[in-house]
Ligand binder design. Sequence first.
Ligand code: ADP
Ligand code: MG
Length: 384
Amino acid sequence: MISTIDQIPQSLKRVVVRLDLNLPMVDGVIQDPSRLLKSLPTLRDLLAKGHTLTILAHLGRPKGMDMSLSLKPICDRLAQEMGQYIAFIPSPSTPIPENTPIVMLENLRFFEGEETNNPAFASSLAALGEAYVNDGFSVSHRAHASVEGITHFLPSFGGRLLMKELDALTLSFENPTPPIMVILGGSKISTKIDLLKSLMKKATYLVPGGGIANTFLKAQGYSMGTSLVEIDKITLAQEVMEMAHQRGCTLILPQDVVCETSKGIETVEVDHIPEDGNALDLGPKTLTSIVNILPQIKTVLWNGPLGYFERPPFDQSSLTLAKAIGKGTQSEGLISIAGGGETLGMLDQAGVTQDFTYISTAGGAFLEYLEGKTLPGIQRLIIN
Ligand code: ADP
Ligand code: MG
């Protein structure tokens, strides 16, 4: 078990806390404060335990000191939510004003050593406190100075939000209740090879969607018209089909697809995709087969939309399946876990974000966790 903020010795007064405060901003105005609000419990609990805080976070992808990506507006908002003053320091070498309960450092990515995980920079961050807390699960796949480097200099603990995300993932993923349906959609199989191989080990049913399904169909010999297919990944798709067969994992390949053609939109059987057809969604027959299996499923893991959901009507299969899973979770005790960049937007569009058991907002960290990788930001937290 990872040690949490409850295990930080009282004698270690100032705690350096890494947060994910990478909020969506337009012209310095916060568009959605959710991540900031989710970070409050750790900060409040640490203060209540008598610690003082140094907060570390990044914003965007600045090249050098780009003041349009300053953390100052986020610092102001945080101070407002915490109901107390936060001293904002422009660099780790700025002396910390005495008797200041909360200090926040400027955007970490303004400094050269952050993304290169420079030990000297990590050490300068470590000098801002006596213990370290990682509460940014979503940045934990990055071996950056504030995530990994710093753990070499300070005793390191897991924050509330990080523990919550980790607990949900462990519970649902380390020992998932079978039968398990893995839904893997999105555009390219090439970005998801490790994920596919890792999830295959767990899956009772594997449902490919989106461009990934297209590549499987091509591997089965169907003509795919102008659809998104990764020709150089056909052998991989064949290997996966073979692996699935050997493991007794049932692959649910599309029977029909919704195509855009020069004449308009057509739903066709997979052996009738026209030459000018671009398969942009799974068809209704395929959807029915998937939905019909759901009642016997205990756990669903989902990453990647089933179609080009940004352009209706190619959102239909994703939305229908999302609603069916949401309903199964609410009324049949189905365990449903989902995550990924576009997947979040799709689930939001389906209106099911409250209905799933757990939706990870951690993007890359979520996917790397599912791939079975050890995350650099988790690896060196103290184990008890
Ligand atoms: P995530 O970010 O959730 O992991 P991906 O980045 O792998 O998902 O893929 C999402 C993108 O895949 C979406 O923007 C969607 O439009 C696209 N997509 C899904 N199906 C198709 C398809 N059949 N053809 C082209 N693009 C597709
Ligand atoms: Mg994506």
